[in-house]
Design a protein around this ligand. Structure first.
Ligand code: ZN
Ligand code: ZN
Length: 338
């Protein structure tokens, strides 16, 4: 099939690098590299099964978040600032934490940073880190096939939110079980968050964002609940989902025109640096998830800051020569990102 394109294992075998940089072989795992050997099963697709509990919860959340907009004019400035802080923390817990650290192992993080990222990640409430990273590795390894949890070939709605409202395709479960997740099992922070996840999300995603403005600067509990809690939560969710939906459909493909993920600056802005998706699917082990480092990329700024403090290290980067060679070979001829 066309879209499965040239992001192949043989691509990497073609131009091996002495230091293993081409597939980031020196990471703790490489199970996020596209697998060309997988083929979708013949015959009719399994019937869709709606998970009504999730439909109801997601509907309630989004209605609550929309209602939250009406509380903004009456909110105290400190509350709005707090909502932004909560947005940034939750987003970093997903982008720097679940994504670049735990899914791709694109850099190393010391214990205090891993704890900070796990706490922030809990505030984002997007399933625990273990589950997020497992789904995300499957998304890269089986991109845009039945074994991709949010297969963008099933349309914008499915890849955005629909995949959370339906039972998983059997291939997602089957292939997910075979992924190398040993590094996640070995990470005590990840396993602790997974063991205590329900209690932790209650505290970090709902109680802390609501109680802090009420306790410290006398905000009304309603405003605190609807703005920094529900509205912030829904915004972070949708910003993340746009990477799976919009960044798989709209934008240019300077690195590999044979795959669907695109460079989308709008998504990069909302998802603090995660919109350079053609680059990211081509080079998933690059810690900046972009050719251009810190440009539109607060997540990279954060990781750089952590390196400065000695809390992060071993940041993987793709060399300019490798990028240019790849652009010449498989790019769509566009140079500008987004
Ligand atoms: Zn993707
Ligand atoms: Zn990724």
């Amino acid at each position: 099939m066309m879209y499965r394109g040239s992001q192949t294992v043989s691509t990497y075998v073609e131009t091996p690098k002495a230091n293993g940089e081409d597939i980031g072989q020196d990471r703790e795992m490489t199970d996020d590299i596209f697998d060309t050997t997988y083929t979708e099963k013949e015959g009719p697709k399994p019937p869709r099964k709606i998970v009504w509990r999730n439909v109801i919860l997601m509907s309630m959340l989004h209605i609550g978040a929309l209602y939250g907009f009406f509380f903004i004019p009456a909110a105290k400035p400190a509350t709005l600032l707090w909502a932004v802080v909560c947005f940034m923390l939750s987003a970093l817990g997903v982008t720097a934490g679940a994504h670049r650290l735990w899914s791709h192992r694109s850099f190393k993080a010391k214990l205090p940073l891993r704890i900070f990222l796990a706490v922030s990640n809990t505030m984002a409430f997007q399933n625990d880190i273990f589950e997020w990273a497992r789904d995300h590795r499957a998304h890269h390894k089986y991109s845009e096939t039945d074994a991709d949890p949010h297969n963008a070939m099933r349309g914008f709605f499915f890849s955005h939110i629909g995949w959370l409202l339906l039972r998983k395709h059997p291939d997602v479960i089957e292939k997910g079980k075979k992924l190398d997740l040993s590094d996640l099992y070995a990470d005590k922070v990840v396993m602790f968050q997974r063991r205590h996840y329900k209690k932790l999300i209650l505290v970090m995603c709902f109680i802390v964002p609501t109680v802090v403005p009420w306790y410290f600067w006398g905000e009304s509990l309603y405003t605190a609940f609807y703005v920094p809690c529900l509205l912030r939560y829904a915004l972070v969710l949708n910003a993340t989902w746009l990477v799976n939906s919009a960044a798989h459909m709209y934008g240019n493909r300077p690195y590999d025109k044979n795959i669907n993920p695109r460079e989308n600056r709008f998504v990069a802005l909302g998802a603090i640096g995660e919109g350079f998706h053609n680059y990211h699917h081509t080079f998933p082990y690059d810690y900046t998830a972009s050719e251009f480092g810190i440009r539109y990329n607060l997540t990279t700024c954060f990781i750089n800051l952590m390196c400065y403090f000695g809390l992060a290290s071993d940041c993987k980067r793709v060399s300019k020569e490798t990028i240019m060679a790849r652009q010449l070979r498989t790019g769509d001829g566009s140079q500008r990102s987004g």
